[in-house]
Ligand binder design. Structure first.
Ligand code: BEZ
Ligand code: MG
Length: 572
């Protein structure tokens, strides 16, 4: 190997290690009524301090440290390199400043940052005042009192629903969470942040496949768009090349077309599948998205710069249908229905061919939310053929991730949605789409392929002793969490064939074939141990994992023993 190649490989390896190391993970479950512990609090405060917060008149602490040290272009550093010595230095000073604050208070942290990195007291004090406020609220926990109030039918003060890092006003917890005003979505900040993410998504696809996708399928969730004030929605608008316009009542109800010459890319065609929760909360936003697609489809622009127009024209040419049908791009469940059921089918091992999962997704989600030729609203008309056709043009699927607390192997909803739609596309477009996730949870926007995201989550969580030991402190529930993670990982094999076989091998070695760990888990929760073992064997039967025969033998022996024990218990 040439020396240059070796150096580049070592650098890539280093960057990946840093990426795993820096990933925030919850180490243990939230215990209702218990305040955050010091380590968790420090991590949260550090994240809060790493964003500009114009609403609090504060700037990002890492930027202030960089400026104090005379380092130019911190923003560029964040966007370009995953790892660099300069960035490490800045991060370590920020961390130490926050630790100092947690130990000795704001004044001491301000003084320390001034002497260590020449950070101006006038700039840092407001940050630490904000952190002090958040820290107090993290320490006081009213969850149990509020629950008791609720049970007595008493008043509970309201509070916004969001992520602590994105909106610290969610604290204190234990309040009556309210959502957003749907007319305020997307906020200006969400729209500004979304531009970078949408551009990065298209850039990534272009780099990998040499062109832009003929169409994209996006998953939009309700809670995420509450937390981010509509970042997912804003990404869809950027891809279409439009911006929201507010009416006289400051409601985002209108669309303005961004001229082609101001766009960095052609107008993308986006097929949007929204969750039942999104549909219930964001009816005006669905109308806005539908309006945006219609306006774009009707523009007099060349096909190669307007993919919506091209795909709509193709559909009309194909079957002589109406413009108003061909342009439907916002789909969800039938009114009153929720979810795709793909997760239940996977968890219960009830599917035969992979197409079944994608077909189920479309059956559940093929209800169009649009308008008819007279402009009348259609709320959930079954439109399987329209969705089938729209998906047949899709070459990339995508979902925005906005929280480090809940990732794609923590719950079964990511694979039921993003996995489900990807499988549906695979059959209809006769090619597996590129599958992407963004991670807009740090100030650095990052697009990853599904495979990369699964690797990162597996290394940062499922196979990370810090994560699983944190879980195991919760006994029975902790083992169930480990088993859930493996089952959700399996869901990504089932829907998207996106799991590297080494992941299953390492899971087997770590949790089942290490006798000490196996005995610990078995004592805490034999039920989950049995499910975990069966899941790994299923991964093999279904062709997702083909380990050495001796591993399979051991797992088969284990399951035989576990079944024997279970029968023993039953017959006692
Ligand atoms: C949502 O927020 O829309 C959502 C939440 C959980 C599962 C699926 C969707
Ligand atoms: Mg989320």
């Amino acid at each position: 190997m040439a020396e240059n190649d070796r150096d580049a490989d070592v650098m890539r390896l280093y960057e990946q290690l840093v990426e795993i190391e820096q990933r925030l993970i919850p180490t243990g479950l939230h215990v209702f009524g218990r305040p955050a512990e010091l380590k968790e609090k420090t991590d949260l405060l550090r994240m809060v301090a790493s964003f500009d917060r114009p609403e609090h008149g504060t700037r990002a602490l890492p930027k202030l440290v960089a400026e104090g040290l005379g380092i130019d272009g911190y923003d560029a550093l964040l966007q370009e390199a995953t790892a660099s010595e300069t960035k490490d230095l800045i991060d370590s000073i920020v961390l130490e400043g926050v630790q100092q604050f947690c130990r000795e208070g704001a004044e001491s942290a301000v003084a320390w940052l001034n002497s260590r990195a020449h950070v101006d007291r006038e700039q840092s004090l407001p940050i630490f005042s904000l952190l002090a406020n958040i820290s107090d609220q993290l320490d006081s926990n009213n969850e149990i009192e509020s629950l008791l109030c609720a049970l007595r039918g008493e008043y509970i003060p309201p509070g916004p629903g969001a992520d602590i890092v994105q909106n610290p006003n969610v604290l204190p917890t234990g309040r009556n969470t309210h959502a957003v005003n749907p007319y305020s979505v997307p906020s200006q900040m969400a729209f500004a942040r979304a531009e970078r993410t949408a551009d990065a998504l298209l850039r990534r696809h272009f780099e990998e496949r040499g062109r832009y996708p003929r169409a994209l399928a996006l998953v939009l969730w309700g809670l995420d768009n509450i937390k981010t004030q509509g970042e997912g929605v804003a990404q869809a608008l950027h891809l279409l090349g439009v911006r929201p316009v507010r009416d006289a009542l400051n409601r985002a109800t209108e669309i303005e077309i961004v001229p082609l010459e101001d766009l960095k890319h052609p107008r993308m065609d986006v097929v949007m599948t929204v969750s039942g929760i999104f549909r219930d909360l964001f009816a005006p936003t669905m109308a806005l998205l539908d309006k945006a697609v219609r306006r774009v489809a009707a523009l007099d622009e060349p096909f190669e710069m307007n993919y919506v127009r091209r795909n709509v024209a193709e559909k009309i040419e194909l079957d002589g249908g109406e413009f108003d049908d061909a342009v439907a791009r916002v789909f969800s469940n039938a009114p009153g229905n929720y979810g795709t059921n793909v997760n239940f089918m996977v968890m219960q091992s009830e599917w035969e061919t992979a197409d079944t999962l994608g077909d189920l997704f479309v059956t559940r989600k093929c209800f169009a939310y649009t308008r008819d030729s007279k402009g009348r609203t259609i709320e959930g008309r079954e439109a399987r053929d329209l969705m089938d056709h729209a998906l047949s043009r899709v070459e990339a699927t995508y979902q925005n991730i906005d929280s480090f607390e809940v990732g794609i192997t923590d719950v079964d909803h990511y694979f039921e949605y993003l996995g489900g739609i990807s499988k549906a596309v695979e059959k209809r477009a006769q090619a597996r789409p590129a599958i992407y996730l963004s991670d807009s949870l740090s100030s650095q926007t990052k697009i990853r392929s599904l495979e990369e995201t699964i690797r990162l989550e597996t290394r940062a969580k499922t196979l990370n002793p810090k994560w699983y030991e944190g879980m195991l402190q919760h006994g029975f529930r902790g083992v169930a969490e480990i088993e859930n993670h493996v089952a959700n990982t399996f869901g990504w094999s089932a829907t998207a064939d996106a799991v590297d076989p080494w992941i299953y091998t390492d899971v087997a070695m770590t949790f089942l074939l290490d006798p000490e760990m196996f005995n610990r888990l078995q004592k805490l929760n034999p039920h989950s141990v049995r499910s975990l073992t069966k899941r790994l064997l299923e991964a093999h039967h279904r062709g997702f994992w083909n380990p050495k025969e001796e591993i399979l033998e051991k797992l088969r022996d284990l399951i035989a023993d576990l079944e024997d024990q279970r029968e023993g218990v039953v017959s006692v």
